[in-house]
Design a protein. Structure first.
Length: 95
């Protein structure tokens, strides 16, 4: 983990760590602002940590490419919106 953090920081990426998954939504919420355009990859960790519930709150503009009733046209629009979104959340694994 130290190696991963070191390499991220060498590339000007700020790293925030926490001890428990219950801390994650609180940390993420401090980074967001009202009206932020947000999207995410298909991450189980985001669901398990509560981040998905946070970023789907009405005060944010969550662009959901995986909602069950999405049309192909809507999905294409979401992909276009992702390019300029304020925040994009995804899972990163380190082995």
């Amino acid at each position: 983990m130290k190696n991963v953090i070191s390499n991220l920081e060498k590339n000007n990426i700020n790293v925030v760590t926490c001890r428990t998954k219950s801390e994650i939504p609180q940390i993420v919420e401090k980074l967001l602002f009202s009206g932020a355009v947000i999207s995410s990859g298909g991450s189980v960790s985001l669901k398990e940590s509560g981040v998905i519930d946070l970023i789907k709150k009405p005060c944010y503009n969550y662009r959901d490419r995986s909602k069950p009733d999405i049309t192909e046209t809507e999905k294409q629009q979401v992909f276009k919106d992702i390019i300029g979104c304020d925040f994009y959340f995804c899972e990163a694994l380190s082995y």
